[in-house]
Design a protein around this ligand. Structure first.
Ligand code: ACO
Length: 332
């Protein structure tokens, strides 16, 4: 069924930001027992950008947001809402308000949304609900993550995969809705496949009473399980979103997937019969940047004129939770 709406949205600008420091596979193989050959052939990743000591996630997110506002020719003071999709905020209370302050988006309400690598798609769809009911007219959606903060640099099964970055899109109210269809899912029963868990020790407080004192432990992942989940669920969720949009896979002009692994991208494109030149891939340069990866890839493809106004884009995020989702939209 085609999803019903009262008002529409248009995606009118994109931006991205990445830390200036890149770590190559070669350099990583000096840190942990791995090789450029293993990483490249299993994942497609050649290097990743890492937020240096003292770096700020909010600053990276604000840089991406500013670039998106500039492309859209939208003043920060006219933004109604900022949603920051992140799992790695500077502050566990949320970093979106810091982004709002840095942008000078004085009218905007801002909040964080956490859905790991699905974060951008979940945030885009959340933003669309505020716009379709007519409450907000101008929204900035940012995906930003610095998983390097929570990476175990002695664990070669995970540390080779992740990088840091940020990407953003500006949404504006429009008579014609360019978010054509979406579909979102979660399955907490598979939560143990991919975690960044809080680990508490008991701290005695008063007679017979304890509280928790601890910190987050580095990322753990069952790579094979996540791989199997992704190649099954991602084509399926895109097909469902296409169905809501009254489209088929043959209508996809650009496939912009979460950049987790080139083999996952190839398998999904193969299942949907999307030719490889229509699949946006930049993980060779950035690795898996979690919530940032889709808007970062989208922004690069918009800025080098691959994605043109009017093009149909199928995007899909998937990851911890487990969570997965797809959004089909017309760019511009
Ligand atoms: N360098 C060298 N050897 C390695 C490395 C490495 N970096 N990592 C693992 N190996 C070894 C293993 O020890 C193992 O050796 P063994 O057979 O002697 O025990 C061998 O390589 C194979 O290991 P597997 O884990 O079976 O490797 P696999 O082929 O499954 O590839 C990978 C691993 C790349 C992680 C893959 O499973 C994958 O991409 N999974 C999906 C990850 C993903 O998509 N995550 C997205 C979500 S992220 C988020 O939400 C935050």
């Amino acid at each position: 069924m085609v999803q019903q709406r009262q008002a529409g949205i248009a995606l009118v600008g994109s931006g991205s930001a990445r830390p200036t420091v890149a770590l190559t596979n070669e350099e990583l193989s000096q840190v942990v027992d791995t090789s450029d050959e293993w990483i490249r052939t299993r994942t497609g990743i050649q290097q990743r950008c890492l937020l240096p000591a003292g770096g700020s996630l909010a600053e990276l997110a604000a840089t991406a947001g500013r670039a998106a506002l500039e492309m859209a020719a939208v003043e920060a003071t006219t933004v109604d809402l900022i949603i920051l999709a992140t799992s790695t905020p500077d502050d566990l209370f949320g970093s979106a308000a810091q982004v709002q302050a840095q942008l000078g988006a004085t009218r905007a309400v801002a909040f964080d949304l956490t859905a790991a690598c699905s974060g951008f798609v979940f945030a885009l769809v959340t933003a669309a609900q505020f716009m379709r009911n007519g409450v907000y007219k101008t929204v900035l959606v940012i995906g930003a993550d610095a998983l390097s903060r929570w990476t175990d640099w002695t664990d070669r099964r995970t540390c080779v995969l992740f990088g840091d970055g940020a990407g953003a899109v500006v949404l504006q109210a429009s008579d014609r809705d360019r978010l054509l269809g979406f579909e979102l899912h979660s399955n907490g029963a598979l939560n143990g496949c991919l975690n960044l868990p809080y680990e508490a020790q008991a701290e005695p407080l008063a007679a017979g009473k304890t509280v928790q004192k601890g910190t987050y432990q580095p990322i753990t992942m069952n790579g094979k399980e996540v791989y199997r989940f992704a190649v099954k669920r991602v084509p399926e969720v895109i097909e469902k979103a296409l169905f809501h949009a009254d489209l088929t896979a043959a209508d996809i002009q650009w496939l912009v997937l979460h950049q987790a692994n080139q083999r996952i991208l190839d398998a999904v494109a193969d299942r949907l019969k999307v030719p490889s030149e229509r699949v946006v891939s930049n993980m060779a340069r950035y690795g898996n940047t979690s919530a940032a990866s889709i808007p970062l890839a989208l922004d690069e493809a918009v800025r080098d004129n691959r994605i043109q106004p009017g093009d149909i884009v199928a995007s899909s995020g998937f990851g911890a939770g487990l969570t997965w989702g797809a959004a089909i939209f017309e760019w511009g």
